[in-house]
Design a protein around this ligand. Structure first.
Ligand code: PMP
Length: 367
């Protein structure tokens, strides 16, 4: 069985440099970026400004995700480009859900290996695709933990079983699950009770619940070590500025120390879902605070968006290719900071407008 992570285990050159004391990269600065800096209590005159201050924060992200190590990229988009292109080499396969985020697809396009896709949230189809690829190729299966357009969850326990059966590695993009899913908001692995033995790599963005900018990858130390030296989108692009890193760090503290926010988020999400269902609207398969109201027709969706907008309700209309053709929708995202009064006002506006827009064809309304 060809394991796609073999290249990470065989990557020993840097370990040799570290052991012999001449490894020069990723030094953690204790001072601000200035002509004189300090590293581990020692002063240096700075002639090699790399502006790398993210290491302590990487440890925080690793702990948040229950992994040995983590790595920070400038954005979530760059993370997917860097991680996938580093891992999926010649002769390997990236195997992705058809509705995976665009940045995952772009990462696959950049990789030197092959791309295969399976039907959305369909472990049986994944099984078929992996069987077809066979044991001679390294395989990395990549799914969104929470799908960003419709808020549905990847059926990870079943996906894990299929991956294990075929010796494929599994990477989960938790962009929309971090700070949202699981008892403490640590993501889809926490939600399902899965560990690093099940999901090999957890990745995501810092631009959502972490209230900053950046992307992260968390996993076993040897995988992260490899990515640190093979992810071109990280190595050849600027590091995050310290202010963004500090914001990520603070957001993680707040998620852990103020669980009432998570509770409020879910109270709000459940309330909205209940009321939308009572209106008879099609809200797809969402199990998260991302609530899609499926309209179907692009034009009607834009008309509804405009009516909502004119009445003071800001929403996101979503059309193909972000969703399959004829599945245009209005995407609504509940947050922890909405008041009940705001939710009720929004629901009233929505109900009035949706009835008007869908009058001609009420059939598309009902599931
Ligand atoms: N992955 C997923 C699942 C996303 O939804 C997004 C975009 N929000 C990204 C990656 C890219 O993240 P970023 O905006 O930080 O580039």
């Amino acid at each position: 069985m060809n394991d796609i992570f073999t290249k990470c285990r065989n990557f020993t050159i840097v370990r040799q440099l570290i052991e012999s004391g001449i490894y020069p990269y990723f030094k953690e600065l204790e001072s601000e970026q200035a002509p004189e800096i300090s590293i581990k209590g020692k002063k240096f005159i700075m002639f090699g400004s790399n502006n790398y201050l993210g290491l302590a924060n990487e440890r925080k992200i690793a702990a948040f995700k229950g992994r040995e190590a983590a790595l920070i990229y400038a954005t979530g988009y760059q993370m997917n480009l860097g991680v996938i292109s580093a891992l999926v080499g010649k002769g390997d396969f990236a195997v992705i859900d058809k509705l995976d985020h665009a940045s995952i697809l772009d990462g696959c396009r950049l990789a030197q290996g092959e791309l295969a896709r399976f039907k959305h949230n369909d472990p049986a189809d994944l099984d078929r695709v992996l069987k077809k690829i066979g044991p001679r190729h390294g395989k990395l299966v990549i799914v969104d933990g929470v799908f960003s357009m419709e808020g549905d969850l990847s059926p990870l326990p079943e996906i894990v079983k299929v991956c294990k059966r075929h010796g494929a590695r599994l990477m989960v993009d938790d962009a929309h699950a971090s700070g949202v899913m699981g008892k403490r908001g640590h993501g889809t692995c926490e939600h399902y009770g899965l560990t690093s033995k099940d999901v090999d790599l957890v990745v995501g963005t810092c631009s959502k619940s972490f209230a900053s900018v950046g992307g992260f990858a968390a996993g076993d130390e040897n995988i992260i070590h490899y990515l640190r030296h093979a992810s071109r989108s990280m190595i050849f692009s600027a590091a995050l500025p310290p202010a963004s890193v500090a914001a990520i760090s603070k957001a993680i503290d707040i998620i852990d120390e103020e669980p009432q926010r998570l509770k409020k988020l879910w109270d709000n999400a459940r309330y909205l879902m209940k009321r939308f269902k009572e209106m008879g609207l099609n809200t797809g398969e969402t199990q998260t605070p991302i609530i899609p109201v499926v309209i179907g027709d692009d034009e009607k969706t834009f008309m509804l968006w405009r009516m909502l907008y004119d009445r003071g309700l800001f929403t996101n209309p979503v059309v193909s290719p972000a969703v399959p053709p004829k599945r245009a929708l209005i995407r609504i995202v509940a947050t922890a900071t909405h008041t009940r009064e705001q939710l009720d006002r929004a629901l009233d506006i929505f109900e009035t407008c949706v009835k008007k827009v869908l009058k001609k064809k009420p059939a598309v309304l009902v599931k």
